[in-house]
Design a protein around this ligand. Structure first.
Ligand code: 26V
Length: 822
């Protein structure tokens, strides 16, 4: 079972006249009456619900089908044109796609939002009620997965022919709840309710081989796999802004069909072994691995990565051949991008298919492969760099291990001997970063600073042996979701002020600078921030029973909980603030709402300890009548994409406070600044470029630089020394140690205290005083609302470069050599 066999079953000339919606009259906006008719049709005939008794879910599904219908014309047309014009396609391979919701985004991109709102109004249904009913597709951990989603949307907006390839996890990232302040995880069930965006493609399926051994037959290696699992395609259309183009997100489901059952083994009485592929198939598509150390060396994770990669590469080759392509011309039509090393087995897999299946000699196969592949590195953290034990590789992918060994020796043949300890197989492991680097013609980091460190610290040897291979593409975010959709009042004000067009040409926001001295505009801008706070406060009240003031500085840190992101620094400072207010409640404090959001990987004990501390601190502080009106700590559980869409527009201060040199880029930092928050942050990741763009006046900078961090870590007892130098910090740590935040359980936070005093790898203590000073500057600036507004406006105006459209254009030029079809 492979690609749809045999081609079209209806002669082309009979169907050529079937409109796919490209006719102008079909693209004309429908009237609300027409939308209502479509909606009622789907409600009855697709959903099977009586309009008199239909639930929110019924209406949401009916509306999704109505909108999906409108996506089909650009989607089918895009595929048809790409085929007919033999255009080069980009294939974005990613273990994670953090899509969030699709209904509102797709509606907006198709230009149907106003008419849909009106159509629903006529039925007494608020659009937001239906939009909010959609579960987030949480097929990702954080930044890396969300980046993939932004990039897909940009590729569609730009009319770049592309496929996103990923896995259709039954359960996305776990749901987070709090019990006594502790994180508890429950499985997430996004597929339990019908997914209206899905098109199942039963005819597009590829067998993925696993395990077994390699034999030599007629002098050629032949892989005899122990079993196969079937990868079945599930497609979702991703519509670009303006509705002129749509690409496909193709997610693979692992199928355990009867055909997988090994009848020979079963008949021979080996029931357990016979059921093995079926069990593996079931578990392959079951869960998304959280990013923690537990997936190190886990066979299931390796099998998942290979499953995604093999299915996708087979699919790409089948399409190329189906369209009459010659494999030697693959790089003219195909670019494959590896989102981190998770699909890094793509190199060996493509070589294997070219050599073993299509009869290529090894050298031309390697050459074709590198010309097709690109690799994006997203982290320098040693514990996050993938490496697989040789034994495991040999067991699961024996043929690939041979190819990897061959790549390693070929590197020496081509480029001469390497320094001791270099090479992609070392200490009994295959190092996937090195493999991805060697298999690609371009390797990129995700911010200027990160790319510099990738070259200097991560791949110095590989870089010197292949100069020019490493390039930088600073991350970006889609302004459609992160401004036009998430912050409609601000988006409307922007359009009113500089006209439309900024949605696809974000540099136009510069035009706002001309209005920064206009008091009317400043006031209107302030109103949009207030509207966002009202919307957030309403939701916090309704969804979490938390009431928050509106006249306060909203200070927000939302991201995965990790020591290097330093939520702990933020919490410690919050305690210091509380102590100060208690000491002198009438000192004219700027009221603050401190918002935290984020999940800890289930086995990451320290991160979970940080969550518990944040919740404990919130409980104590929010209960204090003296400080209550001046300081509040809010930590709504289960932070996800749709929560980010609510929080970001309401934010005044964006916390981007990672230990310098550790955050590859960050993308939340961009979303906040685009929505008019000022940043408090270190010189890390894309913060550096954000600060360059918005201006140093509009960025509260603090902390050691990446170079200083590296040096500081070598200073013995740096944590203890910093604590001893700061009375404020000592008071904070003392308060925790006394059990103020954990009554009856004084030592609850002992581990965190111990880390700070005795190791402090993340330099929380060393940066504390400087962070405190920066926070004082924040208070001073916020004390002058007019000036704050001015700075916030300049932030928005200067964020143009962080559009994901710019990033995708750079990939097109520097990496993919691909063009827009529009
Ligand atoms: C992976 C792991 C795995 C093992 C233990 C801890 C750990 C911590 C982090 C990670 C993440 C690896 C890749 C990743 O998600 N990188 C993020 O990519 C974003 C998009 O480029 C970027 O903005 C973030 O700075 C970067 O952390």
């Amino acid at each position: 079972m492979t690609q749809r066999s045999g081609g079209p079953v209806v002669p082309a000339d009979t169907v050529e006249s079937v409109p796919v919606g490209s006719e102008p009259q079909q693209l004309a906006a429908p009237t609300p009456q027409v939308v209502r008719a479509w909606l009622l049709h789907h409600l009855q005939f697709t959903v099977g619900a009586d309009p008199q008794r239909a639930s929110t879910l019924d209406w949401r599904l009916a509306l999704s089908h109505t909108i999906r219908d409108r996506a089909l014309a650009p989607w089918l047309e895009a595929q048809r044109r790409t085929r007919e014009e033999s255009r080069k396609r980009v294939h974005y391979l990613s273990m994670e796609f953090l899509i969030g919701r699709l209904l509102e985004d797709t509606t907006m991109n198709l230009g149907l939002r106003d008419v849909v709102v009106e159509a629903l109004d006529g039925l007494g249904l608020p659009f937001t009620d239906l939009a909010d009913d959609e579960p987030d597709a949480a097929l990702g951990n954080g930044g890396l997965g969300r980046l993939a989603a932004c990039y897909l949307e940009s590729m569609s907006t730009l009319g770049l022919p592309a496929y996103g390839y990923g896995l259709r996890y039954e359960h996305g990232l776990f749901k987070q709840g709090f019990e006594d302040g502790r994180q508890i995880e429950t499985p997430e069930d996004w597929l339990v309710v019908d997914n209206p965006w899905n098109f199942t493609r039963p005819e597009t399926a590829h067998p993925v081989a696993l395990h077994g051994h390699v034999e030599e037959v007629d002098g050629r290696p032949v892989w005899r796999p122990r079993f196969h699992v079937l990868a079945a395609a599930h497609d979702t259309p991703i519509v670009g802004f303006g509705g002129r183009w749509a690409n496909t997100l193709r997610l693979w489901a692992a199928h355990n069909t009867a055909a997988l059952f090994d009848l020979d083994r079963f008949n021979a009485g080996d029931f357990v072994a016979a059921a093995e592929p079926e069990a593996l198939a079931r578990s392959l598509g079951r869960v998304l691995y959280p990013n923690d150390e537990t997936h190190r060396g886990k066979e299931l994770r390796l099998a998942q990565e290979y499953f995604l990669t093999s299915a996708s590469v087979q699919d790409i080759l089948a399409r190329h051949l189906d369209e009459g392509g010659d494999l030697r011309s693959l790089p003219d039509r195909v670019a494959i991008q590896m989102n981190d090393t998770h699909p890094a087995i793509a190199g060996p897999e493509l070589i294997r298919l070219l050599v073993d299946t299509h009869g290529f000699d090894p050298d031309p196969a390697v050459d074709l492969t590198t010309r097709v592949l690109g690799y994006t590195n997203h982290t320098l953290l040693p514990e996050a760099l993938e490496r697989w034990p040789l034994d495991l590789m040999r067991k699961v992918l024996p043929r690939h291990l041979q190819i990897i060994e061959r790549l390693d020796t070929r590197d020496i043949e081509l480029r001469g001997p390497r320094p001791e300890g270099a090479g992609l197989i070392r200490d009994g492991h295959v190092h996937m970063g090195d493999l991805a680097f060697l298999s690609s013609h371009r390797v990129n980091g995700v911010s200027a600073l990160h790319t510099e460190l990738v070259t200097k610290d991560l791949f110095p040897v590989l870089d010197s042996r292949t100069p020019g291979r490493v390039v930088n593409v600073t991350n970006g975010i889609t302004p459609r979701r992160w401004l036009a959709l998430a912050n409609q009042p601000l988006a409307a004000l922007v359009t009113e002020t500089i006209g439309s067009g900024w949605e696809t040409d974000l540099e136009r926001l510069r035009g706002l600078e001309d209005h920064v001295d206009d008091p009317g505009f400043r006031e209107a801008f302030g109103r949009t921030k207030r509207q966002a706070k009202v919307r957030l406060a309403d939701w916090l009240q309704d969804a979490h029973g938390i009431s928050t003031p509106l006249d306060a500085l909203y200070d927000v840190q939302i991201k995965r909980i990790h020591e290097y992101k330093r939520q702990l620094l933020n919490i410690l400072w919050t305690i210091a603030r509380w102590q100060r207010i208690r000491r002198d409640p009438d000192a004219g404090w700027v009221p603050r709402v401190k918002v935290f959001g984020g999940k800890a990987a289930p086995s990451y004990t320290v991160a979970k300890g940080i969550i518990r501390l944040a919740n404990d601190v919130a409980a104590r502080i929010n209960d204090d009548p003296v400080t209550r009106d001046l300081l509040q700590v809010v930590f709504p559980p289960n932070y996800n994409v749709s929560m980010a869409e609510r929080l970001i527009p309401a934010t005044d201060l964006s916390e981007q406070i990672s230990t310098a040199g550790m955050e590859a880029s960050g993308t939340g930092n961009m979303k906040f600044a685009l929505n008019g928050a000022l940043t408090i942050g270190t010189l890390d990741g894309a913060n550096v470029e954000i600060r360059e763009q918005v201006g140093a006046d509009n960025f509260f900078l603090f902390g050691l630089t990446a170079d200083e961090v590296a040096h500081h870590r070598t200073v013995p007892d740096h944590g203890r020394t910093a604590i001893q130098a700061s009375q404020t910090l000592q008071d904070v740590l003392q308060e925790i140690a006394e059990g103020t935040f954990s009554p009856g359980d004084q030592h609850r936070h002992g581990q965190l205290l111990d880390l700070l005093w005795n190791s402090d790898w993340f330099l929380v203590c060393s940066d504390f005083e400087d962070y405190d000073a920066a926070q004082t500057r924040v208070d001073e600036a916020y004390g002058d609302p007019d000036e704050w507004q001015r700075r916030a406006i300049l932030n928005v105006a200067r964020m143009g470069m962080f559009s994901s459209d710019r990033a995708i254009r750079q990939y097109m030029d520097l990496v993919w050599d691909a063009e827009s079809a529009l």
